[in-house]
Design a protein. Structure first.
Length: 318
């Protein structure tokens, strides 16, 4: 805990991003104190070189990782990989407890009391050194129930788009990694329009979202250059129909996952595969889970890097 106070005001504004177009790969990492450095195609990773083996280190630290989604969700799996890789490279022995709220398939709000009872039973006699939470549902759950379930345990969040700044300023037990989705969208659009100068219509596939701020900013920045269409159809079948009707000089950017008419989530990579297969229009993305799934490119959020940075912050707490 000794270094945790140094971190409490640092809600890292991180762009853990892979920017790729055609055969060029640029890995950009903007975390201020992190050991990852990249220039053009150069990727340099330094490690902490291991810790002195004391009885405490031999037994290992106890870390709870609480995910909002399910185990096989691609971003979630990549965050897990990144966390574990970082601890291995740092030479720190960690004992993991990994839990999944599975909120995409089973909205957790209606099951909160059951989840609280389960966690009480599992962790009432467990000493946890830190908690990593991924995405907003897990963060909200821990903020609401930390005193009841995990009293005194520091929390690091990752893959979160928004958090109340007042919480970070007033509390010394929470810090984390903020995802800068708007920046990713803007930078991807800038490059897409450079590569496709004849574009007359920009279409964002943002299923189920109501992004008034994003819509306003896109119209302010690009409204005099191209028509801006925000497609927030929730169902995959409706998205397919609208994509087939798009004019030739359009560009598509996918930002979220739709559902089927039966309520099943369509994974991000399948959304991109399907949209690319039914249209001759260039498709761009903002997540590395879309890599190799038919997209032309994009400034992609890396789940592994989100996990690595959360682990780095936990190492500072240990």
């Amino acid at each position: 805990m000794k270094q945790f106070h140094l971190l409490k005001l640092q809600a890292y504004l991180v762009a853990h991003l892979i920017l790729f177009f055609t055969a060029t790969t640029v890995i950009a990492h903007t975390t201020d104190p992190g050991p990852l450095t990249a220039h053009s195609n150069l990727f340099i990773q330094t490690t902490h070189g291991g810790l002195e083996w004391t009885p405490e280190n031999l037994l290992g630290k106890n870390l709870l990782i609480l995910h909002s989604y399910h185990e096989n969700e691609n971003r979630t799996a990549n965050i897990n990989k990144g966390i574990q890789k970082q601890f291995i490279e740092a030479g720190i022995n960690v004992r993991y407890w990994v839990e999944y709220l599975d909120s995409k398939r089973f909205p957790y709000a209606s099951n909160t009391e059951k989840l609280v009872d389960i966690f009480k039973y599992k962790y009432k006699n467990k000493r946890l050194d830190a908690i990593i939470v991924s995405n907003s549902e897990a963060l909200d759950f821990v903020i609401k129930h930390r005193d009841e379930l995990f009293y005194g345990t520091p929390v690091v969040f990752t893959d979160v788009k928004h958090i109340d700044p007042a919480l970070l300023l007033s509390e010394n037990w929470i810090t984390g990694v903020l995802e800068q989705e708007l920046d990713e969208i803007i930078e991807t659009i800038d490059v897409a329009l450079q590569l496709h100068p004849d574009t007359t219509q920009l279409v964002l596939l943002s299923p189920g979202s109501k992004q008034a701020i994003l819509t306003r900013q896109l119209h302010e920045k690009y409204g005099d250059k191209v028509d801006i269409v925000i497609n927030n159809e929730s169902f995959m079948s409706d998205i397919e129909k609208s994509v087939k009707e798009l004019p030739a000089n359009s560009v598509i950017l996918t930002t979220a996952e739709p559902r089927t008419k039966t309520g099943e989530i369509v994974p991000y990579y399948l959304l991109n595969e399907r949209v690319a297969s039914i249209s001759h229009i260039p498709v761009y993305g903002i997540s590395d889970t879309g890599f190799g799934a038919g997209i032309v490119g994009g400034k992609l959020i890396s789940g592994i890097e989100l996990g690595r940075d959360a682990a780095r912050m936990v190492i500072g707490i240990f």
